[in-house]
Ligand binder design. Structure first.
Ligand code: FAD
Length: 392
């Protein structure tokens, strides 16, 4: 088998890359270890930056998003039993975020891929990458009980944090930067209408909580918990009671309850592998970097990476010019580090840290007070939250 670009992973990064390349008439093959159903049902992110939405529309995969996505022009911050709205659109000349589940993005991109007739293989096994430090990289994989070898010009490692691509690069060629946080998020999906039209980020002495949603009938809620927390310790009633406490404000407010259809624990980590390229292997999305979900950036960063990669590959196939491919890592990392900073900052401001003393608690409160009383501070949050531009 032969193709121009071998893409490993059918998450947001791999599928969007395949789609952007197809629009440039560049051939690719997508390989995914999981089944199509599994990938499409996985409950993960749901906040799309303005740039992600604009790209989906411009690339012809935004029709359902335009009908079903929930446009949000602000977010709410809660602390010290009070509520404060950050008007994202007013602070950013009209930009906004859109709520649209990652699984819906995956469905739209998978449908678009299948419609091109170009290959996508689900349920692959023993995927491995070879020869990417020379001119002719290959990907070996098994599918339907048969071993295959895929020869390609370039490999895109879009296989997430635990994939094979990053770990196939010699350790001496990568520098890894990492911070693991001393807490996790217990996340639930509940079949009930959201209790607020906008996201609520709540800083509370018992720990952080987030009210989000996936649709007018599905609420997504998160609670800060211990990193080694066990789901069995959290029967539904305990989750609802803890959420009620953490969202409590003066004047009253109530959280709607409904059947919990999904529960999971997400670890919190900041991670960057530099550079994001080795020879003819390019890393994109979670394969190259992880952010704590507080800033809602993981999916959006993955999409921004492949936007750069697709443009660089298009330039190469159009003109034979490799200059932009060689700039790929530098262009992406410049934005990745700003998004790392923002995600770390949101996390540090909103969570309870066991090692904090009374000084730290007062400092956190002063930061939230500043953010909600200074236009300059709120504007900085808003421009990061709706998404920074790519600096080409
Ligand atoms: C459990 C979890 C929960 C999350 N929750 C949130 C959230 O609530 N809010 C938020 O903002 N962000 C969240 N994120 C982050 C966000 O979902 C990711 O940043 C985003 O999915 C990154 O997209 P990606 O395409 O780079 O990687 P992924 O979506 O991880 O896609 C990688 C794909 O590669 C496949 N793969 C792996 N290894 C191989 C292999 N060897 N061969 C072939 N295929 C392979 C995987 O099955 C997967 O489909 C969450 C992430 C995780 C892991």
């Amino acid at each position: 088998m032969r193709t121009q670009v071998g893409i490993i992973g059918a998450g947001p990064a791999g599928l969007m890359l395949a789609h952007l390349l197809a629009r440039e008439k560049i051939e690719s093959v997508v390989l995914e270890v999981r089944s199509r159903e599994y990938v499409q049902e996985r409950v993960r992110a749901g906040v799309l930056e303005q740039g992600t939405v604009d790209l989906m529309r411009a690339a012809g995969v935004g029709a359902r998003l335009a009908h079903e996505g929930l446009l949000h022009r602000g977010i709410e911050l809660r602390f010290a039993r009070g509520r404060h709205r950050i008007d994202l659109s007013e602070l950013t000349d009209g930009a906004a975020i859109t709520i649209y589940g990652q699984n819906e993005v995956i469905k739209d991109l998978t449908d678009a891929r299948v419609a091109t007739g170009q290959p996508i293989f689900f349920e692959c096994a023993t995927v491995s990458v070879h020869g990417f430090d020379a001119e002719q990289p290959t990907i070996r994989f098994a599918h339907g009980g048969t071993e295959h070898e895929l020869r390609c010009d370039y490999i895109a490692g879009c296989d997430g944090f635990h994939g094979v691509c990053r770990s196939s690069i010699p350790a001496s060629a990568l520098t890894l930067y990492e911070r693991v946080y001393p807490f996790a998020w217990l996340g639930i999906l509940a079949a009930v209408a959201p209790s607020s039209e906008e996201l609520i980020y709540s800083h509370h002495e018992r720990g952080f909580a987030l009210h989000s949603m996936r649709s007018p009938k599905l609420t997504r809620l998160y609670l800060q918990c211990a990193p080694d927390e066990k789901l069995e310790a959290w029967p539904d009633v305990r989750i609802w009671e803890e959420l009620d406490r953490r969202f409590e404000i003066d004047g009253g407010w109530s959280l709607k309850r409904g059947p919990i259809t999904h529960k999971g624990i997400t670890e919190m980590r900041s991670f960057v592998a530099e550079p994001m390229q080795y020879g003819r292997l390019f890393l994109a999305g979670d394969a190259a970097h992880i952010v704590p979900p507080t800033g809602a950036k993981g999916l959006n960063l993955a999409i921004a990476d492949v936007r750069v990669l697709a443009r660089a590959l298009a330039e190469y196939y159009r003109s034979g010019e490799r200059a932009m491919l060689e700039e790929y890592s530098r262009i992406c990392l410049r934005r990745v580090w700003k998004v790392q900073r923002f995600s770390w900052w949101m996390t540090a401001m909103l969570h309870r840290f066991d090692e904090h003393n009374a000084f730290d608690a007062r400092r956190q409160m002063a930061e939230l007070d500043y953010l909600t009383s200074s236009r300059a501070a709120a504007q900085s949050l808003a421009e990061n939250y709706v998404g920074l531009p790519i600096q080409w």
